[in-house]
Design a protein around this ligand. Structure first.
Ligand code: KE4
Length: 428
C-alpha cells in the first residue's frame, strides 16, 4: 500500500482531501484509499499491483465491466476523428433516439455531463412547467450536490428543509421539503401543508444511496396517483437504476410512468454523462425551443455519446443480459445468507438484480432510519477484511454494490468465501 499512501499524501497537497469526490477518501471506513492503476472486466489493480474483484464499478456505470473490448474499439475510432466540436453530431442523435426507444416515458431527452446537472435541470424544468417552487425529496435519497438537494428534514417533518451543507442558503433550502422513503403518509402530509405549491416529487425509485432499499408494495403506485391528482410532476432519478435493474430501468420493472426521468452512469459507458427527459410537452420548454435555460460546453460530446450508445446497444441486443446478471446476484445473495446461517448471524440483506447491500443490522432496512441502525464500526472492519481478501466494496455502509456482466461465477464464489472468512474473523 506504500505507493498509494505516498500518492495520497501528495494528492492532499493539491486536491481537497486528496480526492475528487469525498466518498473515495475512505473516511467512512478508515484507512487510506487504494490508488487504482487499471481495470479489466470484473477486476481492478492498485498501483502496487494488488488485484481486486470490483463491486464499485465506478459507482454503477460499468455494467459491462472495465475496458469492454467493443467499447474500447468504438472510443478509439471516435477519438481519432476528434473529441469535441461544440456542435451537433450524428452520434448524439442516435443515442437520444435509442434512449427514447428503450424508455417509453422519455419522449425527448437532453444530455448533460453529470447526474447532478441532470437532476438540477429537471427540477428547474419542473418548476417552470408547473409555475410552482417547492419540491419534495426523500431523506436518504441522493440526487447530486446542487443546492436544492443538500437539504435535511427541517425540525418536524412538516416545516421546510434545512441546509445540509455550509454554503447552501436558507433561501434555497426553504423550497425543499423532505419526506420519508416508503412512507406515503409523509408525502400526503407535506402536500396538504403546501397545497398548490409543490412542483415535483423526486426520488430514486430503488434507493441506492442509503444502501440498497427497494420500494415497498404500493409505494411507487401511490406516489404516481397522489402526484397525478395534485398536478405535481413525478421525477424518477434513475441515474443508478436506469439500464441497471432492467433494460427500461425501475420504471419498467415496477410499471410506473414518471413525468420526467434523470439518467447518468451507464448511459455514458464510463464517460461523464447525465441526461434528463420525459414528455415532449414538458421537454419543449427547454432552450432553445423554450425559455428554460440550460447549457453545457461538453454536453453530448461524441466520445461519451459513442461509449454510451455502444453500451446500450449491447444491453438491448443481449436478450438474456439481465437474467444473467440476476443469476449472479442471486448466487451471491444465497451464499452470503448461507454464510450468516453457519455463523449464527442474521443481518439484513437487500437485493434487486445486480444491486445489493449487506446491512450490519438485524432490522429490516426499509428507509434511512432503519439503515442507520447498522453498526458502522463492524461495517468498517468488514470492509477492510474483504479488501485484504481481494474484494473491493464501496467504502461506505450507505452505498450499493454492483455486479457487472464480466463477473464470473468464480468471482462470486471467491467473494462468498471472503465474506465467510471476514464475518468469521469479526463475529466468531
Ligand atoms: P453525479 O453528479 O455524481 O454524476 O450524479 C449524482 C447522482 C444523482 N443521482 C443518484 C441516484 C446518484 O447515485 C448520484 C451519484 N451517486 C454517487 C454514489 N452513489 C456517486 C459517487 C460519488 O459521489 O463519488
Amino acid at each position: 500500500m506504500k505507493k498509494s499512501l505516498f500518492l495520497f499524501e501528495e494528492a492532499k497537497n493539491y486536491i481537497p482531501g486528496g480526492v475528487n469526490s469525498p466518498v473515495r477518501a475512505f473516511k467512512a471506513v478508515g484507512g487510506n484509499p487504494c490508488f487504482i492503476h487499471k481495470g479489466n472486466g470484473s477486476k481492478i489493480w492498485d498501483v502496487e499491483g494488488n488485484e481486486y474483484i470490483d463491486y464499485v464499478l465506478s459507482w454503477g456505470p460499468l455494467i459491462l465491466g472495465h475496458s469492454h473490448p467493443k467499447i474500447v474499439e468504438a472510443i478509439k475510432e471516435e477519438i481519432k476523428k476528434g473529441t469535441s466540436y461544440g456542435a451537433p453530431t450524428e452520434i448524439e442523435v442516435k443515442l437520444a433516439k435509442l434512449i427514447t426507444e428503450i424508455v417509453p416515458s422519455i419522449e425527448m431527452v437532453r444530455m448533460v455531463n453529470s447526474g447532478t446537472e441532470a437532476t438540477m435541470s429537471a427540477i428547474r424544468l419542473a418548476r417552470a412547467y408547473t409555475r410552482r417552487e417547492k419540491i419534495i425529496k426523500f431523506e436518504g435519497c441522493y440526487h447530486g450536490h446542487s443546492d436544492s438537494f443538500l437539504i435535511k428534514a427541517g425540525s418536524g417533518a412538516l416545516t421546510f428543509g434545512m441546509p445540509d451543507s455550509p454554503g447552501v442558503t436558507k433561501g434555497s433550502a426553504i423550497d425543499t421539503l423532505v419526506a420519508k422513503f416508503n412512507d406515503l403518509n409523509s408525502v400526503k402530509n407535506l402536500i396538504s401543508e403546501n397545497k398548490g405549491q409543490i412542483a415535483a416529487v423526486i426520488l430514486e425509485p430503488i434507493a441506492g444511496n442509503m444502501g440498497c432499499i427497494p420500494p415497498e408494495e404500493g409505494f411507487l403506485k401511490g406516489l404516481r396517483e397522489i402526484t397525478a391528482n395534485e398536478n405535481i410532476l413525478l421525477i424518477f432519478d434513475e441515474i443508478i437504476t436506469g439500464f441497471r435493474v432492467s433494460l427500461g430501468g425501475a420504471q419498467e420493472l415496477y410499471k410506473i410512468n414518471p413525468d420526467l426521468t434523470t439518467l447518468g452512469k451507464i448511459i455514458g459507458g464510463g464517460f461523464p454523462v447525465g441526461a434528463y427527459g420525459g414528455k415532449k410537452e414538458i421537454m419543449r420548454l427547454i432552450a432553445p425551443e423554450g425559455p428554460v435555460y440550460q447549457a453545457g460546453t461538453l454536453s453530448g460530446n461524441p466520445v461519451a455519446m459513442r461509449a454510451g450508445y455502444e453500451t446500450l446497444k449491447i444491453l438491448k441486443e443481449d436478450k438474456d443480459f439481465y437474467k444473467k446478471l440476476d443469476i449472479l446476484g442471486k448466487i451471491l445473495e444465497e451464499g452470503i445468507i448461507e454464510n450468516m446461517k453457519k455463523l449464527n448471524l442474521n443481518f439484513s440483506y437487500n437485493r434487486i438484480g445486480s444491486m445489493s447491500c449487506l446491512f450490519f443490522t438485524e432490522q429490516k432496512v426499509k428507509d434511512l432510519n432503519t439503515a442507520k441502525k447498522s453498526d458502522l464500526k463492524k461495517f468498517s472492519i468488514y470492509f477492510h477484511e474483504m479488501l485484504k481478501r481481494g474484494i473491493y466494496l464501496p467504502p461506505s455502509q450507505f452505498e450499493t454494490i454492483f455486479i457487472s456482466i464480466a463477473h464470473s461465477e468464480e468471482d462470486i464464489e471467491k467473494t462468498i468465501q471472503a465474506n465467510f472468512d471476514s464475518l468469521k474473523t469479526i463475529f466468531a
